[in-house]
Ligand binder design. Structure first.
Ligand code: ZN
Length: 440
């Protein structure tokens, strides 16, 4: 009897224990479900791909911009290398943020060049945290470049050339005042580019080459140049109704409906002109990284120059000045429908109508140099075709913004129209451009 009772007691105790375990298990399961819902609703913070990439190379000093998938409340960043662990950053954010920047000054933190581990901990609240361990390359050495040769004597509206020697994996840019131009690689260790100096860039314009390595170490080297001022000719032009009716309105077509004569002229002279300039700028990015041309560029044979580069044109209507523009090329007049030879060898990159230029052809000569032929009555080449210097590209005409039959001849450098007079002059080419291209 006594024994049975004890057996019963033990069984009950066991059942009680199992129940307790079962309850605890249910509670734990409930907890896990709640946590999963919590994670699902908010998510754990993660670094974006861009941020992971930013953190894989570190220069001597850099501001790193970090983005996370969800807002974070706290961040810690350590760098481990050669048995040393250095705290770089530790911060709490209230309210939480999705992007922040960290100034990492690897040199003053005493970090050594080479491979290291970067540990970054992100927290978005209770049980919502993530830690990353990212292999990082620390590079404290700025890139080495050497300016081998460049055109020292420049003119407003003209062209220059520059050649730089650089180690691999370095991004190079030439800055000319506010503008910047990419280089073209040549022979593995050299980088070359042609660059325009605009009519607005005076003798005080600063020129420098900027080099950036993979880690982000930057150096810049300024170059000394002389920029000769350009004197513009100013023409005053009275807009006649006859011209507006025979050229401007037909050119605008549907777009000219409802526009008064001044509005119609401004639409072509200002809006179309700006749009054409951006098409040419875009085209300028597609130049071959090799020299396809040889010696001086050809003028239209047996032609007279009727307009030069940089001419300012002030337009009047009924005695009032209504618009102005600059002529960015040379106008050559010959017989009407005169055959136009390619000014130099290259690849046709454009052969179709282009706003004020009418039927236009653009030939790429390499390293950012192109020639432009406008107002053609007929185009005889197609895009992608290689043409030899002297090969006929079309016939002169009056398409686009043109009065009489003539050729608008433009030279483009990195998509900007420069003064063609330099490129028509073999002495200028031999003195200012060829020595730079050939320099070692
Ligand atoms: Zn012209």
């Amino acid at each position: 009897m006594k024994y049975r009772y004890r057996l019963e007691e033990r069984r009950e105790r066991r059942i009680g224990f199992i129940r307790l375990i079962r309850r605890l298990a249910l509670l734990a399961l409930f907890g896990i479900i709640v946590y999963l819902i919590y994670l699902y609703a908010g998510g754990r913070p993660q670094l974006t791909q861009k941020s992971l990439k930013e953190l894989s190379y570190l220069p001597a000093s850099r501001r790193v911009n970090i983005e996370t998938t969800v807002p974070v409340e706290a961040v810690t960043l350590y760098i481990e290398g050669e048995g040393k662990k250095v705290e770089v950053y530790s911060k709490k954010f209230a309210p939480p943020v999705r992007s922040f920047s960290i100034d990492i000054n690897a040199r003053s933190l005493g970090l050594k060049e080479g491979e290291a581990k970067l540990r970054i901990g992100l927290s978005s609240g209770f049980l919502r945290s993530k830690e990353y361990s990212i292999p990082v390359i620390i590079d404290l050495t700025p890139p080495k470049i050497e300016v081998v040769s460049y055109t020292q004597n420049l003119q407003q509206g003209g062209t220059g050339a520059i050649k730089v020697r650089s180690e691999k994996d370095v991004e190079l840019e030439l800055h000319v005042g506010e503008k910047s131009y990419a280089f073209y690689p040549v022979d593995g260790i050299y980088y070359l580019t042609l660059f325009p100096v605009s009519l607005e860039q005076g003798p005080e314009t600063a020129l420098y080459v900027e080099a950036k390595d993979k880690a982000g170490n930057k150096i810049s080297q300024s170059i000394r140049v002389n920029i000769k001022p350009f004197k513009s000719k100013v023409d005053k032009i009275e807009l006649k109704d006859d011209f507006l009716n025979s050229v401007i309105y037909p050119l605008l077509g549907e777009e000219g409906k409802g526009l008064d004569p001044v509005e119609a002229f401004k639409r072509v002279n200002e809006i179309w002109r700006a749009r054409d300039a951006s098409v040419l700028l875009e085209l300028g990015r597609k130049s071959e990284p090799r020299m396809l041309w040889d010696r001086a560029f050809l003028q239209l044979p047996n032609s007279k120059v009727i307009s030069t580069y940089g001419d300012v044109r002030l337009y009047f209507y009924g005695g009032q000045q209504v618009s102005e523009s600059r002529h960015m090329g040379y106008d050559f007049a010959s017989l009407s429908r005169a055959p136009i030879p390619a000014s130099n060898s290259g690849v046709v990159v454009f052969a179709r109508p282009l706003g004020i230029y009418g039927n236009a052809v653009v030939i790429d000569h390499g390293f950012g140099l192109m020639s432009l032929y406008g107002h053609l009555s007929e185009i005889h080449v197609r895009e992608g075709q290689f043409v030899k210097k002297g090969e006929i590209v079309g016939l002169t005409g009056t398409t686009g913004l043109a009065l009489g039959d003539h050729l608008h001849f433009g030279m483009l450098v990195q998509g900007h129209e420069v003064n063609p007079v330099e490129w028509l002059d073999s002495r200028w080419i031999d003195r200012r451009i060829i020595p730079v291209i050939q320099a070692k």
